[in-house]
Ligand binder design. Structure first.
Ligand code: CA
Ligand code: CA
Length: 580
């Protein structure tokens, strides 16, 4: 009771109501959220639909008129808190909801840009986000808007007022846990992952009652750990010590830090898992399941239905967290239910989403030094053993190797889009490498658990970033757009034959979805690392994106970060439309 009272007080203090919206009952139901992709008048889920294809059926803005796109308004997040703005806005009932850096959530009027309220989570001093103070987006359900915070809490706010409805601790931030992903809503449950893979934490997916925040099930991602269902132990993940030696499974990593997708057709959740701990792979023989994998999870029980590990025994921090996007295509004359993932390790994987069977794996980056292709029979990479960083020699560091992609990935967190019209995936990718070496390491609660050092380097003269259109059936790159700075923002595809994405140089750009021709750009004043959306309102089509440079590149980018240190920080929502 005492705890509840204090939460209510904190909520009152933190919410600033500028224009008092009438408190209306109701809002999007789980069924409406699952149907989000078919209702272009709103955006009520991360990824614009549970499958997160980021495809809109709107075509009022198209290849012939996009050059006329102009700002409708911009809205600053204000304050001194800038840094990376990796959020995707939501739009519902005349309001734009967007999360900001430092665990903030804002509601703006979708017609004027006027701020309705903002909520600032009170973060403790000791938070340990690995890769900037970002947040990637919120979920909406009924009267609530829900987001995760850097101190590993999940908070539901009244979407009309910004006041706290419930606030639940996901995990112990002092052990290195944090949370940055957008939650997803499935069957009146709010489903989230966790962050902290650089701190020897245990990855987990959890489902909670969306109305109360009460826990329904948990599924740890590291074998040997017990799941829970309805407050009781359910089943063990995997088999204890099958792919881990000794006690290493207790600090095994596998963070689910990017959240997941949901496919209503197969009733499966797809969550990717991060690197095993520590980075130094010589310390942990075995495949280290279920790290660097895609897991298919039953949303009703939290049981793992299948898994596919992209990087067994990872030694390069190739987190397998990237979004697995369900799509349908005909392969060798056979219509199939598929899913695709552009992995941090540089390969674009297509799986049968009903059973996890590998259908295709092709390189989408310039170079993969760690493996020479993927064996289509076994589904395992053809490792190049000489290019795995060597074991430390006593207290001395091990042999340094050059590895490409760098640990920041052929693709990092930034979500790709799939066009139902072109049948192509639009992958925001990066070509870069790193020098990497291993060092001795021992686990200590709340301390970095790497046992490795690194320096990131460019590998091409003219670019690091490359937006690539991948044909998932042939595995071929159909077109590419090269960008000088690393791409770090999400992608949007539309029926107007357009693809939108942002650049660190500050532009939101539009491309022809079939040819890759650049058709439009707008300078937003800071680097764009958010994910654009589009919707229809009052008969007009709108496009919105967050601007605000940050994320992992300026913190960890080594030689690459130096090149782009002049980019100004920011924190603004930009909204565009065609002139009337
Ligand atoms: Ca919708
Ligand atoms: Ca990692």
């Amino acid at each position: 009771m005492k705890r509840r009272f204090s939460i209510v007080l904190a909520g009152l203090a933190a919410a600033t109501s500028l224009t008092a919206a009438p408190v209306l009952a109701g809002g999007p139901t789980s069924a409406e959220i699952i149907n989000d992709a078919a209702t272009p008048g709103d955006v009520i889920s991360y990824g614009m639909g549970p499958q997160q294809q980021r495809f809109s059926t709107l075509d009022k803005i198209n290849t012939t008129n996009v050059k006329g796109l102009v700002p409708a308004f911009a809205a600053s997040l204000g304050g001194e808190k800038q840094r990376g703005q990796e959020s995707q806005p939501l739009v519902y009932d005349g309001t734009i909801y967007v999360t900001g850096s430092y665990s903030r959530l804002f509601a703006f009027d979708a017609r004027s840009g006027e701020k309705k309220w903002e909520y600032n989570a009170r973060l403790p001093d000791g938070i340990m986000p690995c890769c900037d103070v970002v947040n990637r987006g919120a979920a909406i359900h009924g009267d609530k808007v829900i987001f995760a915070t850097l101190d590993a809490h999940l908070i539901a706010l009244d979407r009309h007022t910004g006041k706290v409805i419930w606030n639940k601790k996901l995990a112990d931030y002092q052990a290195g846990y944090s949370a940055t992903a957008a939650p997803i809503i499935v069957k009146d449950m709010v489903i989230t992952g966790n962050s902290g893979g650089e701190f020897g934490i245990i990855g987990e997916v959890s489902a909670r009652n969306v109305d109360t925040g009460e826990l329904i099930w948990t599924r740890p991602t590291i074998e040997g750990h017990m799941g829970t269902l309805g407050g009781k132990p359910s089943t063990m993940t995997g088999k204890l010590n099958a792919t881990w030696t000794g006690d290493l499974w207790k600090t095994g990593g596998g963070a689910t830090w990017l959240g997941g997708t949901y496919d209503p057709e197969t009733n499966l959740l797809f969550f990717g898992t991060g690197n095993p701990g520590p980075w130094n792979s010589n310390l942990r023989p075995g495949d280290n399941l279920y790290t660097a994998s895609t897991l298919a999870i039953d949303p009703d029980t939290g049981e793992i239905k299948w898994h596919y590990q992209t990087t067994p025994h990872d030694g390069w921090d190739f987190d397998g967290v990237n979004e697995f996007i369900p799509f349908d295509a005909t392969v060798k004359g056979k219509p199939m239910k598929l899913g695709a993932k552009a992995d941090r390790n540089g390969y674009f994987y297509v799986l049968d989403r009903t059973n996890g069977k590998l259908i295709g794996a092709n390189k989408f980056v310039m170079q993969t030094t760690w493996a020479d292709g993927i064996n289509m029979k076994t589904g395992r990479p053809n490792f190049i053993p000489a290019n795995r960083p060597g074991a430390p020699n006593g207290a001395d560091k091990g042999t340094t190797v050059f590895a490409s992609p760098s640990f920041l990935g052929g693709k990092n967190w930034m979500p790709m889009a799939y066009s139902k019209d072109t049948g192509l995936f639009y992958v925001p990718s990066n070509d870069w490498g790193m020098d990497i070496w291993n060092e001795p390491i021992a686990y200590k609660k709340g301390a970095a658990y790497l046992g490795a050092g690194f320096t990131i380097k460019p590998i091409a003269e003219d670019h690091i970033g490359a937006l690539r259109a991948m044909d998932p059936v042939t595995g071929k790159i159909v077109w590419e757009y090269k960008n000088k700075a690393p791409l770090w923002g999400g992608v949007l595809a539309t029926r107007g034959n357009l693809v939108f994405t942002g650049t660190p140089e500050g532009y939101l750009k539009a491309f022809d979805a079939k040819t890759g021709a650049e058709l439009w750009k707008f300078q937003t004043g800071s680097g764009v690392v958010g994910s654009p959306i589009t919707w229809e309102q009052d008969g007009e089509q709108y496009v919105a994106v967050m601007s605000g440079w940050g994320g992992a590149v300026p913190l960890w980018g080594g030689e690459v970060a130096k090149t782009f240190k002049e980019i100004s920080q920011g924190g603004s929502l930009w909204v565009f439309k065609l002139p009337k």
